[in-house]
Design a protein around this ligand. Structure first.
Ligand code: AMP
Length: 280
């Protein structure tokens, strides 16, 4: 696997491949890689000639400086995992390489970046858009792979790709879960052993809420989940919402043939986790 720290070197490598007609698959990450990330590498390798993975903890998408400071960083372990996955190239830039100036670009996503995660993490998606735009300009991928664990992020990236006429196909990949159902996340490593046990409640509550939503309605499901969370002193719910999976508008009542996704954000101790489940 080739490792690039500099934009110009990565661009030089990619230009050579593109001139030979090779397709580029791109997997942007913030590192502390796990099997969920590797599943994106595999998805890229399955459909693209060359796979580029970036590992970059993007400061502009953190609305909480303590969260940024504590975010796990393990570039050596990441490199090994990517090598084992036969990733072709790793882009590991510094913050000043990506942001040579402090200039902040403002994006307009209408309501999409103001609801759900956007409501609780103001500015988060603007930062995501800023870094994804930068990476798309550098890599100019044919396809870019994102996990549907970050469901709203996929919508934002789709909107961004359209706005910047990037031409990259945005591929949304399934959520990889631990054996107990917890969605894999770099943040899981920050949970204490007690918190980790408690976190396994999240997928169970989501599954039960889905069943209840389909049998007794969305309100019953919402009440059930918030009551169960309230019983846990170490847990705090930011939101649990039923939404249209295309535009993320809130759904209050199930309609025949209407697709619905249930999304939540929840604190386990000080660690904030997100997850979602498709209803139908
Ligand atoms: P992150 O490093 O958390 O920014 O994630 C990088 C990419 O990996 C994003 O597109 C995430 O949605 C995706 N990802 C994170 N966790 C999972 C998972 N459990 N299953 C599939 N994709 C994931």
């Amino acid at each position: 696997m080739l490792i690039f720290n500099k934009i110009t070197e990565l661009e030089g490598f990619l230009e050579g491949l593109k001139s030979k007609g090779q397709s580029i698959g791109f997997v942007p990450t913030m590192g502390a890689l796990h099997k969920g990330h590797i599943s994106l590498i595999e998805a890229s390798k399955a459909t693209c000639d060359v796979t580029v993975c970036s590992v970059f903890v993007n400061p502009t998408q953190f609305n909480d400086t303590a969260d940024l400071a504590h975010y796990p960083r393990m570039p050596e372990a990441d490199t090994l995992l990517l090598e084992q996955a036969n990733c072709d190239a790793l882009f590991l830039p510094t913050v000043s390489e990506i942001y040579p100036t402090r200039e902040k670009q403002i994006f307009d996503f209408g309501e999409l970046d103001k609801i759900l995660e956007g409501k609780y993490r103001p500015g988060h998606f603007n930062g995501v858009a800023q870094v994804v735009k930068r990476f798309f300009e550098i890599v100019q991928p044919n396809r870019a792979f994102f996990g549907s664990k970050d469901f709203q992020q996929v919508k934002i990236v789709e909107a961004l790709a359209k706005q910047m006429k990037s031409g990259a196909e945005i591929v949304s990949c399934a959520i990889l879960r631990e054996p107990d159902g917890l969605a894999m996340s770099s943040r899981n490593a920050l949970l204490s052993s007690n918190e980790r046990v408690l976190a396994s409640l999240i997928p169970r509550l989501l599954t039960k809420a889905k069943e209840l939503a389909l049998s007794s309605g969305l309100l019953a499901a919402k009440e059930y989940l918030s009551k169960e969370v309230a019983k846990q002193p170490l847990m705090k719910l930011d939101y649990f919402e039923f939404c249209n999976p295309t535009n993320l508008t809130t759904i209050t009542q199930l309609q025949p043939n209407e697709k619905v996704v249930a999304l939540l954000a929840i604190f386990v101790g000080k660690i904030r986790l997100i997850d979602n489940i498709i209803l139908n």
